[in-house]
Ligand binder design. Sequence first.
Ligand SMILES: [Zn+2]
Ligand SMILES: [Zn+2]
Length: 249
Amino acid sequence: MKAVTQLVRDFMQLLFPPVCAVCRVRLNTCRQESFCIRCRDNIGYLMQPACRVCGMELVGDDNREYLCGECLRTPPAFSLARSLVRYEPAVQQLVQRLKYAGDTSVASGISTIIRGRSLVEFADCDWIIPVPLHVERHRTRGLNQATLLAGLFFPEKRQLVRSDWLIRVRNTTPQTRLGGPARRKNLRSAFDVRPVHQLAGAMVCLVDDVYTTGTTVGECAKVLVLHGARGVKVLTLARVAVPQRGRIG
Ligand SMILES: [Zn+2]
Ligand SMILES: [Zn+2]
């Protein structure tokens, strides 16, 4: 039976030779990989030390429990945020293809990135909620990349994913076109929660593709807590990384 499976796999590889999930260069068929060596080396995993709340990479002695300046000044509505990789060109290509081209063939590459990291901090989450798109944008794009990511992050907990509880009530300007204060203003009252009693007292894992300033996930967390969630932990694939000096808080 195993020989037949192998035969089918070899045949499929002949028909569809594996390519790098980022640059599409042909890969060595003998090895089960998602990236060519060049692209693999260009994927930067986030390192310690990092802010214990928002996960921002910091410069300092890594045995300390740091807080970044932003979390000290304005503690966010979520209890922690973690990202796996830096939002640099190779990862940007993966995310953009997933987001704007609906190219789900990048999913195996993203799964490879996820397999390398521990998600133990999210073990106590009762529900997994993707950051929603407005219904009109969802219709144009055909998929919500955050929902797809939620399934890739937690393949064994797909039954906990709830993509219809948190809703985007206003079709806002894409955040990437705005600066800090404009981002906050743009998202005010942009989200709401459907009346679901299972949210009361629950710990939520909120999933998104990229953490930039934390404004979007911060607004979502506020609304979820307002509707009874005990806490919100944020998980994103990538983070726009600007290492800062840490402070003890
Ligand atoms: Zn490549
Ligand atoms: Zn922070």
